[in-house]
Design a binder for this molecule. Structure first.
Ligand code: PGA
Length: 360
């Protein structure tokens, strides 16, 4: 059956008015043109839609059936037109955004202000590590991503909107907290807890140590910033983390930032999408919001684009990023803090380390 929208519109008008003449006036067509549309529709359906008795016309049973469906079809078309019109503006739409694990410490605050401003916008937020953000960009499955450094492997349009200093974190009773201007070399006596491979923070940390010729002793690999913080508090090692991730712990005195030379590792937060991507009005509004307002809202330094996102002081001869080092003793006698040994620790569902079984 080949039914056209024009036939359905003519039919609905005649059925409503029970008059070809009035339907033709309503549709701005001639009366024979309307009759022609109805005839063609009846031919397609194979049944009469109207019957004439005296001077009046009536819907047949088939006509009543067709009227019901025709109304629905026309209604859907009208809804589609209205929907498309509102998508052109900011009344409605979906923002699909993915952020680096570490960015989840500030992204919800920004989204809540944005959503208050545009209440019709529906947000889909995915939190994942750098590696999977890059593949989302590659596959064009999100409007945009927030992460620590534009990828080299694909072409993106990236704008930096906020500083992202990576700081060294230690337990508050670590001997480092009583020293000033600590030499980087001293970090070789410590064990570092690292994020999983694929994490941008881990990559930046490895590059930093490699460019300074520091041999990093790697302890546990932990795929969550929260678990790294708790492990550092528990004395399992030191960590390097975005300052955005440790605000609460600093305020509560659960973690400290030792004064080590060359720190912080200055990075920046970027918003980016595939080069040439056609952003929806909602996505475009969110991008502008980040670039123009995010730093002020979060009370942070705006980001003058750095010469290189991972800009570092002049490097000593570079060594490649280190693979996890074998266990070594790094015990020191000062203070209450005993530096950790590299070790395997299991984590419970709550992200807290599960203590080892007591020794027999
Ligand atoms: P991460 O990302 O959470 O994967 O470490 C931070 C970043 O992209 O720098």
């Amino acid at each position: 059956m080949h039914v056209t929208l024009r036939q359905l519109e003519a039919f609905i008008a005649v059925a409503r008015n029970l008059s070809y003449t009035r339907a033709a006036e309503e549709l701005n067509l001639s009366q024979p043109a309307v009759s022609m549309q109805i005839k063609q529709l009846e031919n397609q359906i194979g049944q009469a839609l109207f019957e004439q008795m005296g001077k009046k016309i009536y819907l047949t049973e088939a006509g009543r059936e067709v009227r019901q469906y025709a109304r629905t079809v026309i209604q859907h078309i009208e809804d589609m037109e209205a929907g498309l019109a509102s998508l052109k503006g900011l009344e409605r739409g979906t923002l699909s955004i993915s952020v680096a694990t570490t960015a989840h410490y500030f992204a919800p605050q920004l989204l809540s202000i944005f959503c208050e401003r545009y209440p019709g916008v529906n947000v889909k937020l995915d939190v994942t590590n750098r590696e999977s953000l890059v593949s989302q960009l590659e596959n064009n499955t999100v409007d945009m991503v927030i992460m620590g450094r534009p990828p080299e492997e694909i072409e993106v349009e990236a704008g930096t909107f906020m500083e992202n200093p990576l700081v060294l974190i230690a337990p508050p009773d670590h001997p480092f907290t009583r020293e000033k201007s600590i030499q980087l070399k001293k970090l070789e006596d410590e064990v570092f807890l690292v994020r999983e491979k694929g994490s941008g923070t881990r990559k930046a940390m490895e590059m930093f140590f490699a460019q300074h010729g520091i041999h990093m002793k790697t302890g546990m690999e932990v795929s969550s910033d929260e678990a790294i913080k708790r492990s550092v508090q528990a004395g399992l090692g030191l960590g390097i983390m975005s300052r955005d991730a440790i605000q609460n712990e600093l305020q509560l005195g659960h973690l400290s930032i030792p004064d080590v030379l060359h720190f912080p590792i200055m990075r920046h937060w970027y918003v980016m999408h595939r080069k040439g991507k056609r952003l929806s009005p909602v996505a475009q509004a969110f991008k502008s919001f980040l670039l123009e307002e995010a730093a002020a809202i979060l009370n942070k330094g705006g980001a003058a684009p750095p010469p290189h996102p991972d800009a570092l002081p002049p490097p000593t001869p570079a060594t490649p990023p280190q693979e996890p080092a074998p266990a070594q003793s790094t015990a020191q006698s000062t203070g209450t803090y005993a530096p950790a040994q590299p070790q395997k620790v299991l984590f419970g569902a709550d992200g807290k380390p599960i203590p080892p079984a007591p020794k027999k």
